[in-house]
Design a protein around this ligand. Structure first.
Ligand SMILES: N[C@@H](CCC(=O)N[C@@H](CS)C(=O)NCC(=O)O)C(=O)O
Length: 209
């Protein structure tokens, strides 16, 4: 059983989609980050950086924070969604790290300055708005050459897609990125992605370009 600590954010949805894809039994523990539940001492024992997502694997006793580490752990545990032939393995890894170091954190800043705090800083809006467009351009170019970011559907797509799904608040015009749109729609059509979107249960549906 995977004990899964999460909230309805892109980083949380990476893991809920993965859990739905691989079919491992899991139990959801909602951590309402708007009510500061991420600072509760028992949660900090599992996730010392006070952020969701986190898991505990009751079979092994392994506790893990950081969505990228969790995706790798679950992929290795089940032998799914992370091909092990050297070139393919490292292709997945580099795009997963691209998401963890860029497409997630920079788009998070875009959400903060362009949407939730619009009008507070022209400099930050320009900086993160331009970086969002640059990152979307990198993804679009990659997806002009391959069906999925690392060739076949993998944990790299699972990491990137939930962040792409917030395109309405990122100051980008999604039709400028036709290869991303093609990929985005294909990933969104997967039943596991649709189930994972809704963990914890929410009342909105997946934005569709
Ligand atoms: N690098 C971390 C980032 C996790 C993260 O930023 N989680 C946010 C929600 S998406 C959070 O828990 N924020 C609560 C806080 O910062 O107090 C990961 O990928 O797991």
């Amino acid at each position: 059983m995977i004990e899964f600590y999460t909230w309805g954010t892109p980083n949380g949805q990476k893991v809920s989609i993965m859990l739905e894809e691989i079919g491992l039994p899991y139990r959801v523990h909602p951590i309402d980050i708007l009510k500061d539940e991420q600072f509760a001492p028992d949660f900090l024992e599992i996730s010392p950086n006070n952020k969701i997502p986190a898991i505990v694997d009751t079979e092994t006793g392994q506790a893990l924070m950081e969505s990228g580490a969790i995706l790798l752990y679950l992929a290795e545990k089940t032998g799914q969604l992370w091909p092990q032939e050297p070139h393919r393995k490292w292709d997945v890894m580099q795009w997963l790290m691209w998401q963890m170091g860029g497409f997630g954190p920079m788009l998070g800043q875009a959400h903060h300055f362009l949407h939730y705090n619009a009008g507070k800083s022209d400099y930050a809006e320009d900086r993160y708005g331009n970086e969002a467009k640059r990152l979307w351009g990198v993804l679009d170019k990659r997806l002009s050459a391959v069906d999925f970011v690392a060739g076949t559907y993998s944990i790299a797509d699972i990491a990137i897609w939930p962040w792409a799904s917030r395109y309405p608040i990122q100051g980008i015009e999604i039709s400028d990125y036709p290869n991303v749109v093609r990929w985005y729609r294909e990933v969104a059509a997967r039943p596991a992605v649709q189930r994972g979107w809704n963990v914890p249960e929410r009342d909105d549906s997946i934005p569709m370009p």
